[in-house]
Design a protein. Sequence first.
Length: 242
Amino acid sequence: MERLQKVIAHAGVASRRKAEKMITDGKVTVNGKVVKELGTKVSSNDDVEVEGVPLTKEVPVYYLLYKPRGVISSVNDDKGRKVVTDYLPDVEERIFPIGRLDYDTSGILLLTNDGEFANLLMHPSHEVDKVYIVKTKGIPDDEQLKRFKKGVTVEGETFKAVHTKVLSTDGKKNSAIIQVILHEGKNRQIRKMFEGLGYPVDKLKRERYGSLTLQGLNAGDYRPLKPHELKQLRQMAEKNVE
């Protein structure tokens, strides 16, 4: 017997958090009856439906996508814009992105149908390095960038970076290329951090996620994660989750 939300997550329908909301919203039935209790447990003999669709167990899959700019980190968009799953048309499983990259941000994005794995990587206390390359309008100095380690508060929310490093500057264009390493991943975090210092972000790219890089990929390309990469990610995340 397993908790209903865990079964839904393992089936690749959604992450466990989203599965819990589906249950409390009355979108899940067990043996024909609506179930809203999060503690409900089911077995393989029970008939579970989510929004009227029978639950089927999918083999877990894991992909790395080089997300281009101008793409939504979602599986659908009510405005008809391109979404990340459009770049994986041959994948039959019901995959979804782990976390998100902003519409105008490019780089590494992981997709899976394994809700438990997604929750593990998104757990607030995990410490998987996410390395970004930022092009700023204006050239911040080292003292300003050091504030990121201590934390900067923008619109009542505090953001921190693990590490920052100026890679190059262009005095004529008044711009800088800066490497930023995060552990957390709040909505539009890097853009808000730099805007808080008075240096708007011109371009932003996530070039590394843990040990994963974009090597060999062009924007829009994807590939499955290798077994050893999957193992490394799990180990990195699990050692920091209580």
